[in-house]
Ligand binder design. Structure first.
Ligand code: ZN
Length: 508
């Protein structure tokens, strides 16, 4: 008697449906697993055997062969325990013949038959849905995440005994439990905490509204980190697809409590400058992807403090993801693409000693040392950064000024501006101003005549063509924030201001 059940394993951060075949034949009692199983999968026969006994069912006194296909794909982990158990029960006719049709079973079995949540249940359920499976049996801890996958019936099961009753039609599954609250960005952060820094707050609002990459240049301790870590608080909620992707990534990376729901807020990642390229870009172990900071920042903000101190492979590794929105990890024989569409915030000191800003009176660095420091961030990387802000120490007067707008108030304006841009680009492959391609920008998205005139003036004054593109992108975001249909001379002037005082030569 041969039974077939569908299971799912996770490769990279995506699920892969595996066919589990169980044959129970006459012969000396034995059990074997074939089809490139790793140690954990091989051991699953012992877990399953105990679990079946403890669920009040019987393990066959026969030769049991468990085949996993496609056979050429290595299978890791414990996610196949449950499909194997169901396969054995089907092959021994302890549950009805068709009960596993169109269904899959996601979970790890304890020896006592209890079903434990599976870390990557969400990507597993998505893969199941894509291959036509309409019903997913999961542990209570995985149910909330899996329930967000549209078109999939979720059946919540505590243990194998209950599963057997449900499959026999004698009982039903549990209710989907409430999710544990999750908090990817500390909810305690608010833009209202920032005193002074009117320019910085405004730049952050513009960066959020147009999804512009941002760099902050200023001496140590001036408030660059304080600004950067509040950017997620004014970004809109993740759209449904991005929320599913972000949740899958953080679940696979083991960064989420198992019983959490969907991550709906943009994540924030701030790797230290001593981080290795592997920590930043991610790696592959077996077929398990270990997402790096770039992938963990997908849908949110990647903050690189003291950016020039990052190693060259790290900084160079940013370029391709900033272009494509994915990071490709190469191992000896295979490559895995992981999602990595993030908003970058770079912070840097103006010079190695940190004091070379404004009049820079106390700076002791040589001109050569300053130049070398600036050059560590390569041209192509800097080219993608639309807003370059100089952050200066607030004066006592500024610190004593009125309390600024809260994150909630700013997020409202950001949402309005994003909606305007999304409407304008509704027929186009992008939805935010930062993604406007240069050629397109010059052909179709010029500012009004006054704005054009100012731009030409600035170009005569040394603004490069690429610099002009960045100014126009930011000017569109400013127009969106003001609720007008075309950037004017004022918007161009403001956008020029957001490039910082004398950044032209330093950054072009
Ligand atoms: Zn210096």
């Amino acid at each position: 008697m041969v039974a077939q059940v569908q299971g799912v394993v996770v490769s990279g951060v995506a699920g892969l449906v595996i066919s589990v075949e169980v044959e129970v034949a006459q012969g000396l009692p034995s059990v074997g697993v074939i089809g490139l199983a790793d140690a954990a999968v091989g051991e699953s026969r012992w877990r399953v055997r105990s679990a079946i006994g403890n669920a009040g069912c019987r393990w066959p006194v026969a030769r049991v062969t468990i085949g996993l296909s496609p056979a050429d794909i290595p299978k890791h982990g414990t996610s196949l325990d449950l499909p194997i158990a169901v396969g054995v029960l089907l092959a021994t006719e302890q549950i009805p013949k068709d009960c596993a049709r169109d269904a899959t079973f996601i979970g790890e079995l304890g020896l006592d038959g209890a079903l434990r949540p599976y870390r990557a249940a969400l990507p597993a359920a998505i893969a199941a849905k894509l291959s036509g499976i309409s019903r997913v049996y999961v542990a209570p801890g995985s149910a909330r995440q899996v329930s967000v996958v549209p078109g999939v019936e979720v059946v919540v099961i505590r243990d194998l005994r209950q599963l057997v009753s449900v499959l026999r039609g004698e009982a039903s599954g549990d209710a989907i439990p409430e999710a544990d609250p999750i908090d990817p960005v500390a909810a305690t952060l608010d833009m209202r905490d920032i005193r002074g820094h009117a320019h910085g707050r405004f730049a952050l609002e513009v960066a959020a509204a147009g999804a512009h990459h941002l760099s902050l240049l200023g001496p140590p301790g001036v408030g660059k980190t304080m600004l950067a870590e509040r950017l997620p608080t004014i970004l809109p909620d993740l759209d449904e697809q991005t929320a599913i992707d972000v949740t899958s990534i953080h679940a696979v990376a083991g960064r989420l409590p198992l019983a959490s729901g969907l991550v709906c807020r943009p994540p924030f990642q701030a790797p230290h400058h001593s981080a290795s390229a592997t920590a930043l870009l991610g790696t592959v172990r077996g077929r398990h992807a270990i997402p790096g900071a770039l992938t963990l920042a997908h849908g949110g903000v990647l903050f690189l403090d003291e950016a020039p101190e990052f190693s060259r492979p790290c900084l160079e590794g940013l370029r391709q993801p900033m272009e494509s929105g994915t990071v490709r990890i190469m191992r000896a024989t295979e490559s895995v693409d992981l999602p990595a569409r993030f908003q970058l915030v770079l912070a840097a000191n103006p010079c190695p000693c940190g004091n070379g800003i404004g009049k820079g009176a106390s700076c002791k660095c040589t001109a050569m040392a300053k130049r070398r420091y600036g050059e560590r961030l390569s041209g192509p990387l800097r080219d993608r950064i639309d807003i370059r802000l100089e952050v200066l120490r607030p004066t006592m007067g500024e610190l004593a000024g009125p309390v600024a707008d809260s994150s909630l108030q700013i997020a409202g304006r950001v949402g309005g501006a994003r909606a305007r841009a999304a409407h304008r680009f509704s027929e186009l492959p992008w939805s935010v101003n930062s993604q406007l391609p240069p050629g397109e920008l010059r052909r179709k998205w010029a500012p009004d005549p006054g704005g054009c005139a100012l731009l030409i003036e600035a170009e005569r004054g040394g603004l490069s063509l690429r610099g002009a593109d960045r100014v126009v992108r930011v000017a569109w975001t400013l127009a969106d924030l003001c609720g007008v249909d075309l950037p004017s001379r004022d918007h161009i002037a403001m956008a020029l201001g957001l490039r910082g005082a004398d950044n032209g030569s330093k950054y072009d």
